[in-house]
Ligand binder design. Sequence first.
Ligand SMILES: [Zn+2]
Length: 209
Amino acid sequence: MPFSSEFSFRTCPWCNTQDVSMYVKLQDVEFKVAAGGHKQWNWLGCPRCGNVISIETSTQSKRIVKVVPEEPLSALKVNHLPSDVEEYYTNAQTVLNAGVPSSAAVELRRTLEAAAHHQGVNERTLVKAIEKLAEEGLITANFMGVLGHIRKVGNVGAHAGEQTLTREEVEKAMAFTTQVLRNLFEMPKELELLGMPTEENNRQDSDEK
Ligand SMILES: [Zn+2]
């Protein structure tokens, strides 16, 4: 089946731009499958960030089979975030992918500050807030070993012009932030959804050891 033009309107998995009209570079490219039959791929580009999205379409019907990368990038996806935290976090990804690491750092600082605030932690500096979260057992103490990755982020925006961050530094701060958010919001909620531990679950757990 030929590629349908409606497939070109998508949310970019790289920069999170919503419902953007992608460039369609290659359409209906067929690859023979050794075991028989063939697959059909299409190659799209985001007009905002310039990254590529590959889409496999069904050879039988007007249907998408697979999108690479998935949307949004699953490595950065965190479920169950409060709306303000999610907004700052999404902004950070958007501006980082648009090539503005210092703005991304500001958004990451806001993300972590808002996240701490939701846990009732309102320390004056970002590093102190993370230390307090660990102290209260809200995040794992392992974060203390990699606090360095957000030290500079905490100063950006507070002292304009004094600090610049490289893309690599911001990517590390982003990875740190993702794990903090998962620890604070995603994991507790997922566990809650699994239900309270029952005797049977506990017994199964000890059997597996
Ligand atoms: Zn994009």
